[in-house]
Design a protein around this ligand. Structure first.
Ligand SMILES: [Zn+2]
Ligand SMILES: [Zn+2]
Length: 440
């Protein structure tokens, strides 16, 4: 525990009342955190209301205009310095306590997904939008509605308790965590490029995610690599077009593509050290041919690759290239494999920072509720921030007690269900992390 001595008369009295029969005592960060509880209680209902409103009015990546307007108005009302329109719809706001201390950043993402909601909630989304030229349902199927609402609540709490704090807090509301629409850029990387870290110089950043694989009341974390590097890839297998009745007069890229798809499975199962760290290589699209009796010239394969370190990423990419090229060559075809330029890097939790912040999470959730969880092969663009400054990212369980988190609909499912009872814990976890870091 910190032995930081802080002299706010009202707070000292309150903290002393809470923790000690003596009127004047050493006030620790933990005392301040518990003294903040009434302030947290005063925002709990508002956070739920904001979240329901965002849930019912979801917006796709890079289209978060309504959401960001509500966020910005709230932050302005709190008296913060607010910047809007960063990386399209991003909003940042700075809380200055006026006392020397570190600057920290707290992050939320605001976007929803092209998913038609089937969850049975009274504030179910019926929103529609155009995505890739098609009309689609829009749903907060990843829980970013709760991230945004919680951070609005945390901002209100920290502003109200400003006198108890020191240093500065940067609130970061970013667009497009799920990835910008085709032809656009977006998300955390663009917020970084827009210079928010250079301008405000936070020394650490915290973020969280609503998590269906944990129960309400639980918090999951990992030190070091946590979420995977996610990289889309494209492969073109080229043969020689021929009549379907006479394949020997050409080179059949469909058969070669089938062999490549089978052979590359052995890259992960036979060439990656799975006792060290896993990797995933999946094919999502096979495109080739136009007619039953024409062997096409080429076949295009598209998929995703998930890795947990730069070295592993290079190894898997090289092994897939080798396997594809040599398989193709064996039949007289060629194969060209390329990783797409844009990817989400590995989300790495800074180890020292993780150690430092775990007591805060344990205090708000309970020791037995804070769990080290398995690696996540999904990705998270918080990685762009955590690559620049030490980051700590955790997940908060949202599956209610009467459901099994193993079989509960996962994030991105049209049935994804976020137990609202989980939200106050998220607000407390982010607040505790912020307060403890500022005062320790
Ligand atoms: Zn998502
Ligand atoms: Zn998400």
């Amino acid at each position: 525990m910190s032995n930081f001595t802080y002299k706010s008369p009202s707070l000292v009295a309150l903290a002393a009342f809470l923790v000690s029969p003596l009127l004047f005592t050493t006030v620790t960060a933990a005392d301040i955190a518990s003294a903040i509880e009434p302030t947290l209680k005063s925002v709990d209902a508002k956070v739920i209301d904001w979240r329901r409103d965002f849930h019912q009015n979801p917006e796709l990546s890079n289209r978060e205009t309504r959401t960001s307007k509500i966020v910005a108005e709230h932050l302005k009302k709190l008296g913060l310095e607010v910047e809007t329109g960063i990386a399209k719809t991003g909003v940042v706001a700075l809380l200055r306590t006026g006392k020397p201390g570190p600057t920290i950043a707290l992050r939320a993402d605001m976007d929803a997904l092209p998913v038609t909601e089937r969850a049975d909630v009274p504030f179910r989304s019926t929103a529609k939008a155009n995505y890739r030229g098609e009309e689609v349902g829009v749903m907060h199927a990843c829980g970013h509605d709760s991230h945004t609402a919680v951070l609005m609540g945390v901002a209100e709490v920290l502003v109200k308790r400003k006198a108890d704090l020191r240093g500065n807090v940067l609130f970061v509301f970013q667009p497009a965590e799920e990835g910008a629409p085709p032809g656009e850029v977006g998300g955390a990387n663009e917020m970084v490029k827009a210079g928010i870290l250079d301008k405000y110089k936070p020394e650490v950043m915290f973020g969280w995610h609503a998590w269906s694989s944990l129960r309400t009341g639980e918090i999951g974390y990992r030190s070091g690599p946590f979420f995977a590097d996610s990289n889309a890839w494209r492969m073109v297998v080229t043969g020689r077009q021929a009549h379907g009745s006479a394949p020997w007069k050409g080179v059949d890229p469909i058969v070669v593509a089938a062999q490549i798809i089978t052979n590359v499975q052995t890259v992960i199962s036979r060439q990656v050290d799975l006792t060290d760290i896993p990797a995933v290589f999946s094919v999502g699209i096979i495109k080739g041919g136009v007619r039953n009796n024409i062997i096409p010239d080429s076949v295009e394969l598209i998929g995703t690759m998930r890795t947990f370190s730069a070295a592993q990423k290079a190894q898997v990419a090289a092994a897939v290239t080798r396997m594809a090229q040599n398989t193709a060559e064996a039949s007289g075809a060629t194969a060209e494999f390329k990783l797409e330029a844009y990817s989400n890097p590995v989300t790495v939790n800074n180890e020292a920072l993780t150690e430092k912040m775990l007591p805060s999470l344990r205090r708000v959730a309970g020791d037995d509720k804070v769990k080290r969880i398995p690696l996540v092969t999904g990705s998270e663009d918080f990685a762009y921030f955590a690559n620049k400054i030490p980051g700590f990212y955790f997940v908060v369980g949202v599956t209610p007690a009467d459901q099994d988190p193993v079989t509960a609909p996962v994030n991105h499912s049209p049935l994804f269900y976020l137990d609202e009872a989980a939200i106050p814990l998220a607000t407390r976890a982010m607040t505790a992390a912020a307060v403890d870091y500022l005062l320790n």
